[in-house]
Design a protein around this ligand. Structure first.
Ligand SMILES: *Cc1c(COP(=O)(O)O)cnc(C)c1O
Length: 436
């Protein structure tokens, strides 16, 4: 049921003459966002201990609160302590614990930022921060440093600077619209921006990263869908963390998007006390694919300040992948990644399946623990690839697109130049050579 008695009570306590049409109006939801502990108590009819409340208030000075009435209505009031929705939405006094390893910007997004709104980390794609607002402030936000501090509409000037950067960088073939939540922009601003980005000839793919289907599914209006579905190269990634979040309202929003032809992915964050359980993750992945949303990533929780209580060891993520791969549909298995502190980007981590290797056989183990051998071909002539593709007998056709010179490990493999090693900039041994 889309409008429960409980939701009606919440709506009426926020605005006495409200009805289901208000509830399903995303702007009404934004206007009635819960931002204080007192409001939370009165709207959900719960009471915190006064001593606890004082500490909670301290967390809000650092990391503000914002919960949509819709997402608040998913909270189980009878068991706040164990509730996965409550934990993602409401402040915990544990947010005040800062570990020695924690950082305000663990992913060094601001170092890899050539202009204000762009993070350019990978060779062919950029993150474009087009909104500094969110409908809900996830307590596990990796950009917690920014939450609420510039809760304004980004200026056209900032957006234009980002667009200019993309136009001037022909290597950018994939643009990720992020934020904040891009769907906090008005329909007209969003359309303007999408028109501008998709008009850039070298941009092949545009992605929107949004949590709206989870925290405010009513944002997915028919009008919005008609705007978004006009772009043939648009993908949307959303952010469900727990099967409880896939409600009828969320499913309706997802169905509108998928029926309009937009491919959907999901990025989950591994969170202690929320979804650090193979059974919960499997249920979540099954519910996602049933709604035609492809599980894309599971993220190890970042080293951002205020997230200590959400972090699990990496082994938990590997255990979750172990419980999925082979046990369920291949396309229900996301890639588990650690976004490397310092700006190294996403690094996949997985159980080991290669047990051993000889000069002609690979020894593998499957999900059942069966050890298998794969005989490699006797007659494969290894090609010394120098990436001179024009002279190669394989029929590469890049549609005229220039190839980027290879970087990193790929470059070592490809005999592209005479580099035979990748050496860290501050390597002691090399420094000694220079000094001698
Ligand atoms: C995650 C991310 C991307 C996109 O990575 P994919 O693996 O292509 O999804 C791009 N830029 C930055 C800075 C990112 O954090």
């Amino acid at each position: 049921m889309i409008y429960t008695k409980h939701q009606q009570n919440i709506a009426e306590s926020l605005n006495s003459d409200s009805d289901i049409n208000d509830w399903k109006d995303w702007k009404w939801q934004i206007r009635h966002t819960i931002r204080t502990i007192d409001d939370f108590e009165s709207i959900l009819d719960v009471k915190f201990e006064p001593s606890e409340k004082n500490l909670m208030a301290k967390t809000l000075e650092k990391f503000p609160l914002a919960i949509t009435p819709y997402y608040a209505s998913l909270i189980d009031r009878t068991n706040l302590k164990d509730d996965p929705v409550f934990k993602q939405a409401f402040c915990s006094i544990e947010e005040l614990n800062i570990d020695a390893w924690d950082m305000a910007d663990p992913l060094s997004e601001e170092h890899d930022s050539p202009v204000n709104s762009i993070t350019h980390r990978y060779p062919d794609r950029v993150l474009f921060h087009i909104s500094s607002m969110c409908a809900m402030y996830c307590r596990h936000c990796t950009r917690k440093r920014k939450v609420g501090d510039r809760d304004t509409i980004p200026s056209k000037q900032t957006l234009n600077a980002g667009l200019k950067y993309i136009r001037e960088h022909p290597e950018v073939r994939d643009v990720l619209l992020s934020g904040g939540d891009p769907l906090m922009l008005s329909d007209s601003t969003l359309k303007w921006l999408l028109d501008e980005v998709t008009a850039i000839p070298h941009v092949e793919v545009v992605r929107i990263g949004t949590r709206m289907p989870v925290v405010l599914p009513y944002r997915i209006t028919d009008k919005l869908v008609s705007i978004l579905s006009a772009y043939d190269n648009l993908w949307i990634n959303t952010h469900f963390n727990h099967p409880r979040e896939i409600t009828e309202s969320a499913e309706t929003a997802l169905r509108k998007l998928t029926r309009s032809g937009i491919p959907m992915g999901n990025q989950t964050v591994l969170l202690a006390g929320v979804n650090d359980c193979p059974q919960i993750m499997k249920t979540l992945m099954h519910k996602l694919v049933r709604n035609r949303v492809r599980p894309y990533y599971i993220y190890q929780c970042d080293l951002s300040e205020g997230l200590t209580h959400f972090r699990t060891p990496v082994s938990k993520g590997i255990e979750i992948i172990e419980s999925l791969r082979g046990h369920t549909s291949g396309f229900a298995v996301p890639t588990y990644v650690i976004d490397a502190p310092g700006g190294g980007g996403k690094i996949p981590v997985s159980p080991n399946y290669v047990v051993s290797w000889s000069s002609n056989k690979v020894i593998l183990r499957n999900y059942e623990g069966v050890i298998c051998s794969y005989k490699e071909p006797d007659r494969y002539h290894p090609v010394q690839c120098d990436l001179n593709c024009r002279d190669c007998s394989l029929q590469l056709n890049t549609d005229g697109r220039e190839y980027l010179p290879p970087v990193g490990i790929r470059k070592l493999m490809a005999d592209y130049d005479d580099k035979i090693a990748l050496v860290p900039a501050d390597n002691e041994r090399i420094k000694r050579r220079e000094n001698d």
